[in-house]
Design a protein around this ligand. Structure first.
Ligand SMILES: Cc1cc2nc3c(=O)[nH]c(=O)nc-3n(C[C@H](O)[C@H](O)[C@H](O)COP(=O)(O)OP(=O)(O)OC[C@H]3O[C@@H](n4cnc5c(N)ncnc54)[C@H](O)[C@@H]3O)c2cc1C
Ligand code: FES
Length: 360
């Protein structure tokens, strides 16, 4: 284990040269994005946690280490071209990169916080009304930016649970878990936020139901249950005959929510093939999930996929899986799903990583 850590981290400073000749240095443990920004470059980024792909660059020469499995976050043709996400990459040697500088301005849209409803002891559903219509799908995420006077604005991504037309704009629902000491989550779930204006960037991400007919499983932990339900509800509205499975994880029974609303949506749209599975104690990377062992009910996905396949050995090649939740949860699920036969092209996920938790 220690050996592999040393292998994947340069112990000396590395030099990066961009295709236009610009040079900057990367200290041990720093990501390419952090180093580029520290050097005053106008590097493009948005989420800084490997979700939006805005910071995509290509390694032309040298060796780099990705902090996330690139097969899950980049397309096969991008991988062939040596693509990496700069916010999740550390150099292992001096590098030559093809990376277009120029921070692309976000397509900002003004919204007002219009309501909050507490769903569980930790999760609130926050309603926002946007000033103009937002084109997005449940399961995508928006960057919520709150101006802080002279100080830098807070910017945090939140998954869209649902959205509907409202006057000239959209009514948007986000499920927000309140973290002790968390600036944005505490503010968004407090009475102070009601009636306040925020800026939204996006939508971003592709962790959505999509339009194919393959059986669709969505697993959510904590506030990720909302996005999982939202994606499945969209699938019911679009393709009622598509088999769907919700797998919801909470730390305790009272953290589980969403099943009633999801079942009601299935009835409303005539979607008869909805399955529900629940588990307390979400798997986490820290809980020591052994490879090859399906923990905490994840095997329900394999069994369910097989029940919808004409050729059970091909089941996991047919079904698609969406994952939403804390990074430890997603990181525990990915290798298990992979061992169960789900290829990277069948899995989409959003890791609810806080910028303050980033590994650098
Ligand atoms: C693509 C994406 C989608 C997301 N969608 C959602 C969503 O739908 N709902 C949602 O609730 N969150 C979501 N998040 C996480 C969200 O963006 C914030 O990171 C989270 O709300 C914490 O922000 P904060 O300002 O409250 O905490 P910060 O002020 O950034 O952090 C302060 C402290 O709070 C604690 N903390 C912060 N985050 C966590 C955490 N995840 N686990 C444990 N402790 C933490 C830590 O002690 C941290 O040091 C998403 C993140 C990403 C990247
Ligand atoms: S900034 Fe790197 S993926 Fe979003």
């Amino acid at each position: 284990m220690l050996l592999s850590l040393f292998k994947t981290r340069s112990r000396t400073e590395c030099e990066v040269r961009l295709h236009d000749g610009t040079r900057f240095r990367v200290r041990p443990g720093e990501t390419l994005l952090d180093a580029a920004l520290a050097a005053g470059l106008d590097a493009p980024y948005n989420c800084r946690v490997g979700a939006c792909r805005t910071c995509r660059c290509e390694v032309v020469e040298g060796k780099a280490n990705s902090l996330v499995d690139r097969a899950y976050v980049l397309e096969p043709h991008d991988l062939q071209r040596g693509a990496y996400l700069a916010c999740q990459t550390q150099p292992l040697s001096d590098l030559v990169l093809r990376w277009e500088m120029g921070h692309r301005p976000e397509s900002g849209i003004t919204a007002k916080v219009s309501g909050q409803a507490q769903l569980t002891p930790r999760v609130w559903r926050v309603s926002l009304i946007t000033a103009r219509a937002l084109q997005a799908s449940p399961g995508q995420y928006v960057g919520v930016r709150v101006p802080q006077g002279e100080n830098p604005a807070w910017l945090r991504p939140y998954s869209i649970v649902s959205l509907a037309p409202h006057l000239d704009g959209s009514l948007l629902h986000l499920d927000v878990a309140r973290h002790a000491g968390g600036r944005m989550s505490t503010w968004l779930t407090s009475a102070d936020a009601i009636g306040q204006a925020v800026q939204l960037a996006g939508p971003f991400g592709d962790c959505v139901a999509g339009s194919d007919a393959a059986p669709l499983a969505a697993a959510g932990a904590g506030s990720g249950i909302g996005a999982a339900c939202g994606a499945l509800m969209e699938s019911h509205a679009r393709q009622p005959s598509r088999p769907t499975l919700l797998l919801a994880y909470g730390a305790q029974l009272q953290d589980l929510y969403g099943a009633d609303a999801l079942a009601a949506s299935a009835r409303r749209h005539g979607a008869r093939h909805l399955s529900l599975a629940w588990a307390e104690h979400a798997p986490t990377a820290a809980s020591g999930t052994a490879r090859g062992r399906a923990p905490f009910g994840l095997d329900a996905i394999g069994a369910w996929a097989a029940s919808w396949s004409h050729t059970p050995s091909q089941a996991t090649h047919d079904a698609r899986v969406l994952l939403y939740g804390p990074s430890g949860f997603v990181d525990a699920c990915l290798p298990v799903l992979h061992d169960m036969g789900f290829g990277a092209e069948r899995i989409r996920f959003d890791r609810y990583q806080s910028p303050s938790e980033e590994t650098t």
